[in-house]
Design a protein around this ligand. Structure first.
Ligand code: ATP
Ligand code: MG
Length: 453
């Protein structure tokens, strides 16, 4: 039985009592059957969009009329109500050329991508499942509705959706669907970067992300060709028991489902194949963090990530191979350079990276534990690690006749002194120190050790 939340049930009920068919469809039905909380509830109805608009009056907004979608407010929540429809032919591998409204739920379900997404439930919780979605869900099977190759070629986004459902829900594609996912992959280049990004975000955060990437490197490699040189790349290093790709996947399995951490782990060693050198001690990858970081930057620009996420991942990739800060001074400095959030993410990346190495080198975990302990201690005692926490500010330094870049540099120098424990975070002492800086500019040199690339 599907339990439909009250706000959605009210909408279905209103449609039914006015003589229309009304069903919850798609992801919400699938997720309820899995015992997962649906993100949102979507409804499908035999009522035409104008009829839905008229029925719900001020509660209704035409949000996607071309596709037959009206958004209805109900008990403070929103639900998308879409008229049963069939999609016309697809000429661009992405969008139907036209949509036609229909009176048939079954027809509407048959245009949907996968059997697990092609189920509906009415207000009484009765299931309509013409393609065996429930059995597939029970068996953990991803199966296209209809002929896999046709359906995936029609709209190539479905390939990435399929991989995402496998990664998030732990499904495996049945043989025909599996073949289609691979054989239609070149059509992915028609899909807008934003959509690719959204699907990859979802895929990467899924509990089975590594399995999916392991099974479909050539498909993911269509949208992320930079990953392909990693596959099978022998590291010839005693630290590693896996090739670069397998190492990355093991690291991914050990990374928390934080989107930025997962991206950083996926890309942290992407530069390794380009940096490979070998001597009598084995393989080396000098400079690979910087190369990987540049690659991450390029990939994320192409996929139209927002600037903040892109910068975060680039920083994590760049820093992933640096020594683990495990002295108080080291953690304080890392906190100053990265801030709490990024430092926590970095520790997660490093933990995952280390767990993907040869078993005898996984002992780094205790060093990471130590780093984390110190971090918690510092945060508990409200340690000063950013200009925001510093007992003096720009205005204080202006009053001492500091200006422009000189002022910024002086503030940073004072912060570093506090972070390093050379000076207490107290106004009087810091002002005195600032005066000294003014008179002896050479003291202003900032130790950038932690920032070196
Ligand atoms: P989630 O919301 O968890 O990502 P979902 O299955 O609800 O998963 P939506 O994008 O919200 O995905 O789409 C709702 C429903 O619309 C899907 O369950 C599916 O039936 C149908 N659908 C969505 N995108 C496509 C597509 N590209 N091709 C065919 N059907 C689709
Ligand atoms: Mg949905």
């Amino acid at each position: 039985m599907i339990e439909i939340p009250e706000y959605a049930a009210q909408v279905l009920q209103t449609l039914e009592s006015n003589g229309f068919e009304a069903w919850c469809v798609g992801g919400c039905v699938r997720d309820s059957l899995l015992g997962r909380t649906p993100q949102d509830w979507d409804a499908a109805t035999s009522a035409l969009p104008e009829q839905v608009l008229e029925l719900f009056g001020a509660q209704a907004r035409p949000t996607g009329l071309r596709h037959g979608t009206v958004t209805v407010r109900s008990s403070g929540q929103s639900i998308e109500v879409t008229t049963f429809r069939t999609d016309g032919t697809y000429r661009d591998g992405r969008r139907p050329d036209s949509v036609t409204f229909t009176r048939s739920l079954r027809e509407d379900l048959s245009r949907r991508d996968f059997t697990v997404n092609a189920m509906a439930a009415d207000v009484r919780g009765t299931l309509c499942d013409p393609f065996g979605g429930r059995d597939d869900l029970r068996a953990g099977t991803l199966r296209c509705v209809g002929r896999a190759e046709d359906r995936l070629a029609e709209d190539a986004l479905r390939i990435l959706r399929g991989l995402r459902f496998c990664a998030v829900l732990g499904l495996s594609a049945e043989p025909e669907t599996d073949r289609g996912l691979r054989s239609c992959r070149s059509l992915l280049n028609r899909i807008a970067a934003e959509r690719v990004r959204a699907e990859l975000d979802g895929l990467l955060c899924g509990p089975a992300a590594a399995q999916v990437l392991r099974a479909y490197p050539e498909v993911v490699g269509t949208v992320l060709p930079e990953l392909l040189p990693m596959v099978g790349f022998d590291q010839r290093s005693r630290y590693h028991c896996y090739d670069v790709w397998e190492h990355t996947l093991h690291a991914l399995e050990n990374a928390p489902p934080d989107r930025l951490v997962r991206w950083a782990v996926l890309l942290h060693d992407a530069g390794k194949p380009r940096c490979f050198t070998q001597d009598e001690r084995g393989g080396h990858f000098y400079g690979h963090p910087a190369v990987s970081a540049r690659m991450a930057d390029g990939i994320m620009e192409r996929l139209r990530f927002d600037a903040a996420s892109r910068q975060a991942v680039v920083t994590l990739v760049e820093w992933h191979d640096r020594d683990i800060p495990r002295t108080e001074k080291g953690v304080r400095r890392a906190l100053m350079r990265l801030g709490e959030t990024r430092l926590r993410q970095l520790l997660a990346v490093k933990r995952a990276d280390n767990l993907g190495q040869a078993p005898e080198y996984r002992g780094r975990q205790t060093e990471l534990d130590r780093g984390e302990e110190i971090l918690e201690e510092l945060l508990r005692e409200n340690a000063c690690f950013s200009l925001r926490d510093l007992a003096v500010n720009g205005r204080d330094l202006l009053a001492l006749d500091f200006h422009g870049p000189e002022l910024g540099a002086a503030l940073e120098r004072l912060l570093l002194a506090v972070v390093d424990g050379e000076a207490p975070n107290e106004r009087a002492g810091l002002l005195k120190m600032a005066k000294l800086l003014k008179d002896a500019p050479d003291i202003r040199v900032i130790d950038r050790k932690y920032e070196q690339k």
